[in-house]
Ligand binder design. Sequence first.
Ligand code: DAH
Length: 350
Amino acid sequence: MATMTAQETIDDIRQRALAQLDAAATLDEAIAWEREFLGSRGEVTLFLRGLSALPPEERPVAGRGGNALKQELGAAWERRHAELASADLERRLADDAVDVTLPGRPTDLGAAHPVSEMIDELSEIFALLGFQTVFGPEVETAHYNFDQLNIPSEHPARDVWDTIHVDLPGEIVLRTHTSPMQARVMEQTEPPVRVVVPGRVYRYEAQDASHEWMFHQLEGLAVDRNITMADLKGTLAEMARQLFGAERRIRFRCDFFPFVEPGVDFAVDCALCSGKGCRVCKGSGWLEMGGAGMVHPNVLRAVGYDPEVYSGFAFGLGVERLVMMRSGVDDLRAFAGNDLRFLRQFARAA
Ligand code: DAH
């Protein structure tokens, strides 16, 4: 093959370069093209670098032609690169496009457990009556669970609470009721005291529709000068009215708890039949809510309160029971059963 003149070489490069740039369909191809012709080892660069090897008379023409080619290809590359870059951007935007008309994916929202809701509601009711909500330990000493509540060891009353023991001598227990917080609170404060204590309690019991090894109680305690049984009744009646309607009445019947004297069990008249007797109250007209009474002098003395100066009332109620009474649930086991079909019935719409 005859050697080409400089002009022929320039024409040859231009023709191939422009055709190839036209054919470049992607940004990557265009970038490879730039390297091939205009890069530091590109054809145009090498051509210009080889000028000095040409016969002197050819150098000016070849130099001018080579530089013109370099400029022409550079401009062509800028144009083509810009075209491909904007096409590339368009394509990526189209690929990433979000269809804002698609319906959203619903998130599964949780809801408070019916027992937690009841505890919140009770805390609010009692806050309006001047009671502070406090929490106590679920792993408790026998000292607070029993001794401080006027239940000495060896006393048969201890057997009433079927206790789950944590250690062998029996000094540490899972609290069988929320009452131990009575002494803990009184030891920490001077009267007046007004607290409610919601929380889990544990009993060593066979499970059935009305017994669980774990359930929730809410304890109440008020101690001050001149507190009487009338204050207790008024407080519980107000709670019952807030929960079950303004017409509700409270009934006291004698009962025994070692930490109160006198002690009572208290019931609310059935909201469904207004006390006439129905399926929910099992014909009695009354729904049992819990135990209560005037704080025993021994309990006051044990925390250093003078029973000649101070008196108080205490009460304890089962939280699950309240939900059952209000919502017609008939099996206590449903609350800890983790069945969403049961729990969803209580979930308030968000
Ligand atoms: N702690 C008792 C229980 O679990 C309930 C109770 C009864 C609490 C009478 C009281 C009370 O504060 O005065 O059976």
